[in-house]
Design a protein around this ligand. Structure first.
Ligand SMILES: [Zn+2]
Length: 81
């Protein structure tokens, strides 16, 4: 891999991370009406509206927590019977 290519990839990664952080900061501002946390870099790894508790039934994906099937899976399941 060429050096210039590595620089481009790094720049792209940093830009995407910054964009994600800015998006989460906007979400906090719009939904909670207050300024984002004093540690916005945490939004690089975590969504703004997630409480941070793994497996929390309120913010987790219901497919994972309650083992619900998607519409497509249900349709496929009914076909099999
Ligand atoms: Zn939660």
């Amino acid at each position: 891999m060429e050096d210039g290519c590595v620089e481009l990839k790094r720049a792209r990664r940093r830009r995407l991370t910054t964009n994600a952080i800015e998006r989460q900061k906007r979400i906090v501002k719009d939904t909670r009406g207050r300024s984002p946390t004093d540690q916005p870099h945490r939004y690089a790894k975590m969504h703004a509206l997630s409480c941070g508790i793994p497996g929390c039934p309120a913010c987790s994906n219901p497919r994972r927590v309650w083992r619900q099937r998607t519409l497509q899976e249900r349709r496929e399941f009914q076909k099999g019977e």
